[in-house]
Ligand binder design. Sequence first.
Ligand code: TPP
Length: 325
Amino acid sequence: MDAKREDLLQLYYYLKLTRRLEDRVTSLYHQGKILGGAWTSNGTEAVSVGFGYALEKNDIAAPYFRDMGVFLIRGITAKRIMAQYFGKKTGVTGGKEGNVHIGDLNFGVIGFPSHLADNYPVGTGAALAFKIRGEKRIAVACTGDGGTSRGDFHEGMNFAAVRKLPIVFICNNNQYAYSTPLQLQMSIKNIAERALAYGMSSKIVDGNNVIEVYMAAKEAYEIARNGGGPTFIECKTMRMHGHSEHDSAKYVPRELLDEWKKKDPILNMEKYLLENNISQKAELESIDSRVKKEIEEAEAFAEQSPYPEPEDGMKGLYATPIAEE
Ligand SMILES: Cc1ncc(C[n+]2csc(CCOP(=O)(O)OP(=O)(O)O)c2C)c(N)n1
């Protein structure tokens, strides 16, 4: 299975869009312009872009807070996301929530529950519904390495494996859960070994290689879609910023960051596209210019948008049923 040139360029575009959007959010956070904190996926963008891009239109994603690529790919625009950070009425939650606990079922994205790994059983529930209804749709859920040490992880994985549900579980193994390094939260070498305990297939991929993540996700989605049950995909990567922008991450050894910096997912992809003659510098630059413009427009939109009215706080608290197609 090979990725088409058009798909490779789209993967590159989304990597850039994710990076530039979150970099801008980081600057705005330090200028005190956005409300709340700023959690970014810096250095790990290939994970969310890879598994997000492999989805089909009717599939469902249960992303976590480092999955900006998924939000963008599914159609939650940079404008709405930027307005979310500004706490504006035009943001994804209409100004109710600070930052990344977002989702929009109109785009097949389940709102992220704050409790880590809870989106595993939530995604599993969606997959159960697809199976009961006989629909050829799949769900994908993602969590960090720390999330896999929680009981909710166990419940979601076990139930999905027992019922052979159409779901794929992604783990963004970025080496740290806040300040806790991997070796202090588990005594196994690869998180993928956890899947074995549930009788579930697993795969380990280079989480800084977007094509590898995309291909592995696509293959696992097809297995799930065709009744083959769930797969767990461990994406090995590195969180290059602090847990959030308030955290200087002094506890991460400098040498570790230097080592991973050389494996940056965007540089990786640029190198691949150029060395294999899939694209040229001018084309990549024009994609980047398009991304820069999109981010500038998103920021202007967010700044100009109104704040919500106090009474808006009482609206949208309960789910509104979505019309059956
Ligand atoms: C059940 C629960 N405990 C604690 C938190 C607070 N918290 C938010 S993110 C985080 C670290 C998560 O680490 P990991 O799962 O490895 O994801 P990463 O942040 O590294 O992407 C913690 C402790 C939470 N959201 N939910």
